[in-house]
Design a protein around this ligand. Structure first.
Ligand SMILES: *Cc1c(COP(=O)(O)O)cnc(C)c1O
Length: 392
């Protein structure tokens, strides 16, 4: 007999996916209609307008790519770079390394600017790379590094690219709706994000936005974009504003209902209020972790509220602790990646999951699991977190 799949009910406090608001799951279960149905075209227009709001942009070419964040990343690279180009890539974690991979697969050359994991992109090193590589067509960096929990200075980096006559390519997969992402104010040229982090939507879509300068660059390319599916010249024919929409691929209809609902939720709360909520719960979580005697990996001024890298205390068994959290509390937190594997846990406070109840659950669960496994931790985590809530 065929058996349906019924997933366990989890609390998702890792690096994504984050807990999905039930309203979004309900929206997703509404009837599927055709992707050229006039009613659906109306939904697409509304999704574009709402994405412009969360990205803080007037860019006409703002839409969700029909695939996860990695596809949005790839869309930016294959459309802006041609074979033989040079691009400067800042790497201070896992995702800068993926940018390098994309650049090389475009037949372009990646000039690396590397920084220690857990620190932001160094402005001085970038200035040096720009001076040494005036031939570079793009400066690429990750705004919110999910592998380390670090925020880099997107406004300054985009300005440096613009002044050097280069395009900027920015990863805001984890940034969007969690912290300030101001595409127009930054003057960013190609920006991609994901649905399953601070938008708290189901995974599988990647909002992207391209500046008028980037669009001109794409329309005037000499070489065809190497990816047929991600060629924005073709995608524009379906998602474009004017006239008749041409079939390109079948849009993920129900996933777009979900994204639309997620964007409605952000609009209702207000973007600034959403950033403030992430910041508040982050302060409470950190107060609790520090009261327990744990320490944070990243210096306070560069911390992302939505991704908290906490150092694994001495004597704790990384995998055993995460397994106990999952089995006993149905709570998922993230492991360290790359050079931080085995050294940190990554606690996400993303979107719907950034709330009072989750902060207290996580602190309580972590404290009791660590104690049960013989790791000495101080008491008072819950009081410290509540102290933040009560004074603010
Ligand atoms: C999650 C993430 C991605 C990749 O997104 P997927 O949806 O997993 O493909 C890219 N960059 C950053 C910074 C991320 O956090």
């Amino acid at each position: 007999m065929a058996a349906s799949f019924h997933p366990p009910q989890r609390t998702l406090m890792g690096p994504g996916p984050s807990d999905v608001n039930p309203r979004i799951l309900e929206a997703m279960s509404r009837p599927t209609i055709g992707h050229l149905d006039p009613a659906f075209i109306g939904l697409m227009d509304d999704v574009k307008a709402k994405l412009q709001y969360v990205f803080k942009t007037n860019n006409t070419l703002t839409l969700p790519i029909s695939a996860p964040g990695s596809a949005g990343m790839e869309a930016c690279f294959v459309n802006l770079l041609s074979c033989g180009d040079t691009a400067i890539v800042c790497q201070n974690g896992v995702f800068g390394g993926r940018m390098k991979e994309n650049i090389e697969r475009c037949g372009a050359k990646a000039v690396m600017v590397e920084d220690e994991w857990g620190t932001p992109v160094s402005i001085d090193k970038v200035a040096e790379a720009i001076a040494n590589h005036p031939e570079a067509v793009a400066l690429c960096f990750v705004h919110a590094e999910t592998s380390t929990g670090v925020r880099s200075d997107a406004a300054t980096l985009c300005e440096m690219a613009r002044e050097a006559g280069m395009l900027s390519i920015v990863d805001t997969v984890t940034g969007l709706a969690g912290i300030d992402v101001s595409v127009d104010e930054w003057g960013a040229d190609a920006v991609y994000s994901g649905t399953q982090k601070c938008l708290s939507c189901v995974p599988g879509l990647s909002p992207v936005t391209f500046s008028p300068k980037a669009v001109e660059h794409i329309q005037n390319r000499q070489q065809k974009v190497q990816s047929w599916f991600l060629d924005m010249n073709l995608v524009m024919g379906y998602w474009g504003g004017e006239g008749k929409r041409a079939y390109h691929h079948t849009a993920p209809i129900n996933a777009l209902y979900a994204l639309h609902e997620a964007l409605c939720i952000v609009e209702e709360e207000g973007l600034e209020a959403s950033w403030a909520r992430h910041a508040l719960h982050h302060r409470a979580l950190v107060a609790g972790l520090e009261a327990m005697g744990l320490s944070m990996q990243v210096a306070a001024e560069y911390r992302l509220p939505q991704l908290n890298a906490v150092n694994i205390p001495e004597g704790a068994d990384d995998a055993a602790v995460r397994a106990a959290l999952l089995n006993d509390y149905s709570l998922e937190i993230g492991a360290g990646l790359g050079s931080l594997a085995g050294k940190v846990w990554r606690i996400g406070l993303m979107g719907h999951a950034a709330n009072h109840k989750n902060v207290l659950l996580c602190l309580h669960a972590l404290e009791s699991v660590l104690r049960a496994q013989g790791v000495a931790v101080q008491s008072g985590a819950i009081d410290a977190a509540n102290g933040v809530y009560h004074t603010e």
